[in-house]
Ligand binder design. Structure first.
Ligand SMILES: Cc1ncc(COP(=O)(O)O)c(C=O)c1O
Length: 379
């Protein structure tokens, strides 16, 4: 290819790559694109950097750096005194214009599971704003205090907070165990608590650790869309169970296999706000025991009381350890914090801690340390 043709191609491509980028990146992308779409074939010699720099009006050092980067990455070769050329090691069959090849429809590119997730999307594009249910107003949050606690924990001496966490920051779990004992009548040790990246991750962990694809889940209807989507994405079969003013009303007789999991929000049913009656709680616990099922208790806004006589947690009422308790800091702190906690029965603590570490490798200890101090009265 003659230099004139090469320059023309570079100029054209430079135009389409340039938006918002600096000259070096634009030039790098332009040449790389011409190689990948087959416009510059393996072995094609490129003009010397000085010629190209003069013709394009850029500094030669820019050209030298771009060529050097493309050589490092294997797009170009530079041998001894010979001109820099397109690498002959590139597989020519791969060098076809991606722009010309037909792109698969976005959904066809997805797995069955991915397609299901996209098809049932609920709030992906509406995560905030006025009148969005479940999203708190963060206008009164004491950000100066939060900033002070965060920066205190980013100090050099706090290097241990920069590591992976082992299920959460210890002192935060201690503070939580105490809070749950006093306010939710729960007896649990810090070892039973996992700090997770929001409620969805906690539900995902429960689904993966306790259920197999095809297992049935009793879901409150109406109920929390987020839980429904995460459970469905795990291949679970959702069985809607009606809600009335006493909360979920489980069927008296089963019309299929028993559930493996039940998802409920007893303190304040989402979205009706019903508080589950004691009779229903006891009946649900009995059914869980009977079917060998697990209950996820979503206590998403337990810090906020709408009723003068709210009952304690289902977790605290269960004598047979079949309840996993889920709390979040999204309401009482702010949703972008992405911190939730899962309290699991004692005999599941070890397995859940392993599952959490294997699947997600948690961190965010600096925020958790700041949060522990915030709870202990940092304001
Ligand atoms: C019913 C319910 N559960 C849990 C949550 C908390 O979710 P996260 O911890 O992912 O913010 C919400 C938030 O809107 C909710 O409405």
């Amino acid at each position: 290819m003659g230099h004139a043709r090469y320059l023309e191609l570079i100029r054209q491509r430079f135009g389409s790559e340039s938006s918002g980028r600096n000259v070096r990146t634009t030039l790098y992308l332009a040449i790389r694109h011409l190689i990948l779409d087959g416009s510059l074939l393996p072995g094609t010699a490129l003009p010397p950097t000085r010629t190209l720099a003069d013709a394009l009006g850029f500094s030669r050092s820019t050209l030298v750096r771009v060529y050097a980067q493309l050589v490092r990455e294997g797009y170009l070769q530079s041998r001894g005194g010979a001109a820099t050329s397109v690498s002959e090691a590139l597989p020519t069959a791969m060098l076809a214009s991606p722009d010309k090849s037909p792109r698969p429809a976005p959904t066809a590119a997805l797995s069955q599971r991915g397609q299901e997730i996209a098809r049932h999307a609920t709030s992906s594009r509406i995560q905030g704003g006025a009148f969005v249910p479940g999203v708190p107003d963060v206008g009164l949050f004491p950000f100066p205090t939060w900033r002070r606690l965060l920066s205190k924990n980013v100090r050099f001496e706090q290097r241990h907070l920069a590591r992976y966490s082992q299920g959460g920051y210890g002192p935060l779990k201690v503070a939580l165990a105490e809070y749950l004992r006093v306010s939710r009548m729960m007896v649990c040790s810090p070892q039973q608590i996992l700090i997770l990246n929001g409620s969805h991750q906690a539900i995902d962990l429960c689904a993966r650790m306790l259920c197999d694809p095809g297992d049935r889940v009793w879901m409150e209807e109406p109920g929390y869309w987020g839980a429904r989507n995460v459970l469905r994405a795990n291949g679970l079969q959702l069985v809607p169970v009606a809600v009335d003013d006493e909360g979920i009303a489980p069927p008296e007789t089963l019309d299929g296999p028993p559930p493996r999991l039940m998802f409920v929000s007893p303190s304040s049913q989402y979205p009706t706000g019903a508080v589950m009656s004691l009779a229903r709680r006891l009946s649900l616990l009995e059914q869980a025991e009977l079917h060998g099922a697990w209950i996820i208790e979503d206590d998403y806004d337990n810090e906020i009381r709408y009723h003068p006589h709210t009952l304690g947690s289902l977790f605290g009422q269960s004598r047979t350890q079949r309840v996993l308790y889920l709390g979040t800091f999204s309401k009482v702190m702010f949703p972008g914090l992405r911190l939730a906690y899962l309290v699991v029965p004692e005999h599941l603590a070890e397995a859940f801690s392993i599952g959490n570490a294997e699947l997600y490798r948690e961190g965010r200890m600096i925020e958790q340390a700041a949060l522990a101090e915030f709870i202990e009265g940092g304001i």
